[in-house]
Design a protein around this ligand. Structure first.
Ligand SMILES: Cc1cc2nc3c(=O)[nH]c(=O)nc-3n(C[C@H](O)[C@H](O)[C@H](O)COP(=O)(O)O)c2cc1C
Length: 208
């Protein structure tokens, strides 16, 4: 049993923005990475990872990503989502880890991060966005809502999933629609520059 009295108690107001970011992102782990691909207004492809990312609802299927606003203005992904009202979420799996990291570089809007990372671009079927052709699982999303986060220099973008694209290497379990986690090899973000892949996976039926 852990000692119920913790050694250190932090008030978020006392640790500064960096301390708040470090505590939050090293404790809310592992976080899925929404690797968001968009078209800019002039048609260049954009790709960037977001680990302030979550599944929010199933009916309708909603996902959300919290995108930062820099002192110079919104990140390219947000500019593009506002313009095209669409994005794709490329699920980051083990083979994409290095390429995903390359696409986090801060580069001007006209730089195509697909090219930067040596990735092939494909066009979504029903939304106005590109996706990573080699990615085994992709969610085609249309903008559902944009939510202001008050003082935070972030905007929460909600997407409604309109298509789920699965590669042939991803079997579904139990005759249903559960994707086999051992085939997917998803990557989760830990604190700082650390990432984790699932190790031992335990199956525990839920009590009735
Ligand atoms: C794994 C990972 C997760 C990230 N998560 C976020 C995030 O949730 N929100 C955010 O604003 N930036 C996040 N970033 C930083 C952006 O990816 C980075 O600022 C990128 O250049 C934004 O690209 P854009 O200007 O093309 O939209 C993350 C970076 C990495 C490597």
């Amino acid at each position: 049993m852990n000692d119920p009295t913790p050694d250190r108690v932090f008030d978020p107001d006392d640790v500064g923005p960096r301390g708040r970011y470090q505590l939050l992102t090293s404790l809310v782990v592992p976080r899925p990475i929404g690797w968001l691909s968009t078209w800019s207004a002039d048609g260049s492809a954009n790709l960037a990872p977001f680990s302030y990312f979550a599944a929010l609802a199933a009916s309708p299927m909603l996902v959300g990503a919290s995108i930062g606003i820099r002192s110079t203005g919104p990140k390219d992904t947000l500019v593009n989502v506002r313009h095209r009202r669409a994005f794709c979420v490329n699920v980051v799996t083990e083979p994409q880890l290095e390429a995903m990291n390359v696409t986090a570089a801060t580069v001007p809007p006209d730089v195509d991060e697909f090219r930067l990372a040596g990735l092939e671009v494909a066009s979504a079927e029903v939304v106005d966005a590109p996706f990573v052709a080699s990615c085994p699982a992709v969610l085609e999303c249309e903008l559902f809502r944009e939510i202001d986060l008050g003082e935070a220099p972030n905007v929460l973008v909600l997407g409604r999933v309109r298509r789920v694209r699965l590669g042939s290497g991803l079997p579904l379990l139990e005759g249903g629609h559960l994707v086999d986690p051992s085939a997917l090899r998803p990557v989760g973000r830990l604190g700082g520059w650390a990432y984790g892949m699932p190790g031992e996976v335990r199956i525990i039926p839920r009590p009735r």
